[in-house]
Design a binder for this molecule. Sequence first.
Ligand code: NDP
Length: 258
Amino acid sequence: MSTLEKFRLDCRICVVTGGARGIGRAIVVAMLDAGAYVEIADLDARAAEAAAQELRGNGRDIGASGLDVTSPAAVDAYCASVRGKHGRIDVLVNNAGIGRGFVPAETMTDETWRQVMDVNLDGLFYCSRSFGRVMLEQGGGAIVNLGSMSGEIVNRPQEQAHYNASKAGVHHLTRSLAAEWGERGVRVNAIAPTYVETDMTTEFIAREDLKPYWIGATPLGRAGRPEEIASVVLFLASDAASLVTGAIVLADGGYTCW
Ligand code: NDP
């Protein structure tokens, strides 16, 4: 197999959580481009189906389902249905995640803290556990987690302890699962992006008061685009990354250099 061929995902069964929009949607597109069969799982079943419909064509077939990653029972049932449909699952991209705004720690409600942890960390664990079991049984697979540079540094000037802590948890969970499952053929990695232009961030990226911190503090001098995250996810999911596991790959425009 040539080096370039190792980046392809022909006939691989790939699941992308939160794949209906934003970074998740760009990941779905990248995987389709690489030849994969993709299953989109999103909180909003109609949004998942709408994204799948938009991307179908050129003979590309895409599955779409509603899934709340915070429900372990729903995750197990969804995983069983994907396995029943395809017989195997090669790649899981844990992309579903939420922000819930800027909140000083001393005024954060239990509800806000819990919501962010539930989706970003607990949900990611439930999906990894469920799909990981299938991958371990079949003797191989790749999991790619959406972490964040917020899991490595504390963003300025906004206060977001809930988000930062959830993503730091994602990074160490990534290393923990990689260590547990490596010998059994399952690779687990994370990508840690900078600010990326999606519905989660557009209004903030445009704010003049944030620009000196968000953009001015980034050596590349700009925010990221979803497809720039998708290409790194594709690499980590593919055989081109066969020696890479437990890695937190920064795609941060250099933000953490300063
Ligand atoms: P978006 O808000 O644009 O999209 C997130 C997607 O996840 C939506 O489709 C959303 O569904 C879905 N989702 C939310 N909660 C759940 C849930 N409980 N179960 C299943 N799906 C759910 O986010 P981004 O594309 O910006 O972010 C994607 C990932 O990248 C997240 O993990 C985020 O933390 C991470 N990231 C983003 C950065 C950025 O600057 N944008 C930077 C660093 C990391 P619905 O629309 O129905 O709510």
